[in-house]
Design a protein around this ligand. Structure first.
Ligand code: IMP
Length: 424
């Protein structure tokens, strides 16, 4: 089995959790490489729903090794809770879960900073998940972040935490006029986490490269989506990590030559949580209809997702950015009751027609979608188990998407259960 990177091709929430779960059956390792508990991967197994925020979805398969890579930011409190809750549900979480010692730690001051910055931005806010993701990556880039390895070295941890809390408390007090954190309390709280995390800590790059050397295969599980990537997304309305395929090599220490395949996941329409431009966003009636049918509420924050038509310009750009070999289309069934279905094939900016995704936010805000319209199939697809049994009009829709984005479709999903998906 090859080493595969799987990424979201839109703004996240493409239904990656379920597809990762399907592919996991054929690999030995499942690895998270970026983001943190801003992610929420939903997997339904025999009617039981699991929402995973930090632990790779592969944990639901007992014989797989799951790794949290160095590119991930880890909130130990959330991670420990997630481990406990999985164990309660009878899922094995032992040395089958490994965490890079180079992963950065989220502290309470990161979460507070996230919320304060958002509040101060007012109308210009990003709409973050408030999990402290951005401020933690900020510290990583500023070279004052604290990594998991530091937690296990008493004097290093003490000094780094002291320096950080002193600096952050000054900012909380002088910039935001609020109280900060007690060093002693945070120090004591985080030292307690050691006993829970110790057996999971690893050298991620070594573990994965050693595994590849003996013929094991790896699935790199992307979180968020291409257009939330800090470099390639709709900046500044993005997350703070590289959610595109390149992030997998940086975020794990496995070189690019070891990657065999990149799979992109796209919803049959588009959604976005948080602020930022969204050219194909529905107006209110259609928004409500698709949001309700698609249960489009954030798995992490419960926020209603913004919904819109499939944007082929956006996904085509994604295919190029990620070197996508094949595409998975999810939630096709959500469009079952649409009489007409639109696909965005270009944008109009003033009088100009463009067929590429603009990189500057100013142009993006002004993009008006140019649509191609196809007839809907108006038929229930949730019980279909073979690609060729899909209604002709649904096949036409999928073929047109594939043609426009320049990638072949490999899997189609028509419901949340493991069984409601088939290969093309
Ligand atoms: P942050 O990652 O919490 O800093 O949030 C930055 C932006 O990314 C916000 O618009 C969030 O709604 C969005 N975001 C972060 N994680 C996810 C996700 O897993 N799915 C969808 N959107 C996300």
């Amino acid at each position: 089995m090859p080493n595969i990177i799987l990424v979201g091709t839109q703004w996240g929430d493409e239904g990656k959790g379920k597809i990762i779960d399907m592919i996991t059956q054929d690999v030995d390792y499942v690895v998270r490489f970026q983001g943190g508990n801003n992610a929420g991967h939903t997997v339904v197994v025999d009617g039981r729903q699991f929402i995973l925020h930090l632990v790779p979805s592969g944990i639901l398969h007992e014989d797989k090794i799951c790794v949290i890579g160095n590119g991930v930011v880890v909130d130990p409190e959330v991670l420990i809770e997630e481990i406990k809750s999985l164990k309660k549900k009878g899922i094995k979480v032992d040395t089958n879960l490994l965490i890079s010692d180079q992963a950065h730690i989220i502290f309470p001051y990161h979460k507070m900073m996230d919320k304060l910055r958002e509040a101060q931005k007012g109308k210009g806010k990003i709409g973050t998940t408030g999990r402290g993701i951005g401020p933690c990556y900020t510290d990583k880039a500023s070279r004052c972040g604290i990594r998991l390895a530091d937690l296990f070295n008493d004097s290093v941890f003490h000094d780094k935490l002291k320096e950080n809390i002193d600096e952050k408390n000054t900012i909380f007090c002088k910039v935001y006029g609020c109280d900060g954190f007690s060093f002693d309390e945070v120090y004591k709280q985080y030292k307690k986490y050691r006993q829970y995390l110790k057996k999971h800590i690893c050298n991620c790059s070594q573990v994965l490269n050693d595994a590849i050397a003996i013929g094991k295969s790896i699935l790199f599980e992307g979180a968020q989506g291409t257009f939330l990537d800090i470099d390639h997304g709709t900046y500044p309305f993005v997350t703070s990590s590289n959610s595109t395929a390149g992030g997998a090599v940086i975020g794990t220490g496995v070189g690019p030559k070891r990657i065999d395949k990149v799979i992109g996941v796209a919803k049959a329409y588009t959604t976005r949580v948080g602020e930022g431009p969204f050219p194909t966003e529905f107006s209110s009636v259609m928004m409500e209809k698709i949001r309700t049918k698609g249960k489009e509420f954030g798995a992490t924050t419960g926020r209603p997702r913004r919904c819109g038509w499939f944007d082929a310009v956006l996904v085509k750009h994604s295919v190029r950015l990620n070197s996508i070999d094949e595409i998975v289309i999810t939630k096709l069934d959500v469009l079952d009751e649409c009489k007409k279905i639109k696909i965005c094939v270009g944008y109009r900016i003033g009088k100009r027609l463009i067929r590429y995704f603009p990189s500057d936010i100013g142009s993006l805000w002004r993009c008006k979608p140019v649509y191609e319209e196809l007839p809907g199939w108006y038929q229930d697809t949730t019980r279909i188990t073979k690609y060729e049994n899909l209604p002709q009009k649904a096949l036409k829709y999928l073929n047109r998407i594939s043609e426009l984005i320049g990638a072949g479709i490999s899997i189609v999903s028509v419901g949340s259960d493991r069984k409601q998906a088939f290969k093309v």
